[in-house]
Each structure stands twice: as C-alpha cells, then as structure tokens.
Ligand binder design. Structure first.
Ligand SMILES: Nc1ncnc2c1ncn2[C@@H]1O[C@H](COP(=O)(O)OP(=O)(O)OP(=O)(O)O)[C@@H](O)[C@H]1O
Ligand SMILES: Cc1ncc(COP(=O)(O)O)c(N)n1
Length: 268
C-alpha cells in the first residue's frame, strides 16, 4: 500500500492561528501531507503583534524531536522560529541525520516588526544551518541581513538569491518580493539557474503568516516527491490564493486562508 507523505515543522506557535506551527499544520493538511510539529517557543501573538514569548526548555525540544524521528517517517521538513543559538545547535545535531529535503524559513521578525530570534542566533543560522538546507526562503529584510546588502530592485533580489547559494552553501534560495512594490515576484536560484515566480499584487493588509504558509506548502509538495522548481510553482499558486481569500479577522494584519485553492469559502 502507498504511504501518506509526511511533513515535519520545527517552529514557534501563534495562538491566533495565522502564522508559525498553526499555519504550517493547516497547510500540510490542506495539501494532503501528514503534518507533525516540534514546538520551539510558545508565542503570545495575534494580528496586531507579539505580546510575550516563552521558550520551551532545550531538553524538551530535543525530546519532541526524538519522539518524532525515532518513530515516524519524515519525507520533508521545515524550520521556522528557532530563537537562540543553543536551540539551533541542538536542532542541527538532529536534522543532519534526517535524509529528507529541508526548507528553512529564516524567521527573524514578525510581520508586525517584533523580533522573534536573538541577535547572535542570526549569525549562527547563516553559518551552521544554511549549508544543510535544500531551500531557504528569505523575505527582503532577511535576504538583506543574510547578504549584508540593500535590496531595492528585482536585480538586487536576483543577486541576493545567487549570493546566498554561492557564499553560504544553501542548496537553493528563494528571495520573496512581498515587501517590494508592484508585482508579487519571487526569484529562485538553485545553484545553476534562476527561476521567476510572479503573481498580481493583491491589495490587502491580511498577510499575517504568508511566509510560513508559503514555506510549509513547498515542504508539503517536496514530501510528495515533486522537484524543487515544481514544488515552488505550486506553492506560489497556493499562497496567492490564500492571500486573495484571506480573512479580515482581528484588528491588525489578518490571517491567510488555507483552504482557498478550493475556492472562496461559503460563509452562508
Ligand atoms: N499583497 C500580496 N499580493 C500577492 N502576493 C503577495 C502579497 N504579499 C506577499 N505576497 C507573496 O507572498 C509570499 C510571501 O512573501 P513575503 O515577502 O510577504 O514573505 P514574508 O515577509 O516572510 O511573510 P510575512 O509578510 O508574513 O512576514 C511571496 O510569494 C510574496 O510574493
Ligand atoms: C511563531 C512565528 N513564526 C513565524 C512568524 C512570522 O510569520 P510571517 O509568516 O508572517 O512572516 C510569526 N509571526 N510567528
């Protein structure tokens, strides 16, 4: 009998349900990949911002990882918020034994601008985690941090994608243009060629969790064995629909809609 594809996320929480682990699991479920999660930090947040953060003790993160990987198949996995260097070190020691595609969303700050990882962890992420990735998915501020260069144009984005692969050993880099004006355009550099993924910009403030949703969708498609380029293409379609039919919930930046590819939900 054929086995269900299985995806794992290692990330922080969002009790308002739009970002982090919650967005990842909803996305895995929607895209028919069996979802599993390891929680690194419990984050009190909502559509307006981050109110508080509690880090899960290191040994408990390690135990969660062991519980999953000693028992369950992992066909692809992603990391999101990993708040400090000690957590990152431990995660590296575990994931380097996993023989599956690894998508890193290099989460540094929330959409609201609140910091989600410690300053010294950023450098560790770049040095130690990037070389393990199949794909890293920085938005513009994250790509600026990783490359140390300002990004103002699409040419800057292309160069950043190449820089991250050539200089830091990422398997591939997808630089996302959500923070620029005009078309919502992303560039994927896979070490040999550059691919462009473009969609019409949707006029909405409901973009809480778009980065999490996009990287989770790529992970789900990779768990099904799709080639990287195809996985990103389908995930771009998914995240665009999720933004198009997003929810005006909360008083800040509302969440995306994870079942939007089935059409706008009927609210009758
Ligand atoms: N208004 C929009 N209309 C259409 N696509 C968008 C819009 N905003 C972002 N995107 C797309 O959503 C995906 C996520 O990109 P973005 O750059 O926003 O990531 P992020 O910054 O990690 O997410 P977030 O804004 O949730 O922190 C990309 O494919 C981007 O092009
Ligand atoms: C726990 C957690 N992880 C990541 C994000 C970033 O979310 P976004 O997808 O909006 O960049 C977040 N707000 N909370």
């Amino acid at each position: 009998m054929k086995q269900i594809p299985c995806s794992l996320t290692i990330a922080g929480t969002d009790p308002s349900g739009g970002a982090g682990i919650h967005a990842d699991l909803k996305t895995f479920q929607e895209l028919k990949s069996y979802g599993m999660s390891v929680i690194t930090s419990v984050v009190a947040q909502n559509t307006t911002g981050v109110q508080d953060i509690h880090h899960v003790p290191l040994n408990m993160i390690e135990q969660q990882l062991d519980s999953v990987i000693t028992d369950m198949p992992v066909h692809a996995f992603k990391t999101g918020m990993i708040a400090n260097k000690d957590m990152m070190k431990m995660v590296v020691s575990k994931i380097s034994k996993l023989n599956a595609p690894y998508v890193m969303d290099p989460v540094m700050v929330a959409t609201s601008g609140d910091p989600l990882i410690e300053e010294e962890a950023r450098d560790f992420l770049r040095r130690e985690l990037l070389p393990l990735t199949t794909l890293v998915t920085p938005n513009i501020p994250e790509a600026e941090y990783l490359t140390g260069k300002n990004i103002e144009t699409v040419d800057d984005m292309k160069q950043a994608a190449e820089h991250i692969v050539e200089n830091f050993g990422a398997g591939a880099a997808l630089v996302k243009g959500g923070h620029l004006k005009g078309e919502a355009i992303d560039f994927l550099y896979d070490g040999s060629s550059l691919h462009t993924f473009s969609a019409k910009r949707i006029n909405t403030k409901n973009t809480h969790g778009t980065g999490c949703t996009y990287s989770a969708a790529i992970t789900a498609y990779l768990s099904q064995g799709l080639p990287l380029n195809e996985a990103v293409k389908k995930a771009k379609h998914f995240v665009t629909k999720a933004i198009q039919y997003s929810f005006s919930l909360g008083s800040g930046s509302g969440p995306t809609n994870h079942w939007a590819t089935r059409g706008a939900p009927s609210l009758d």
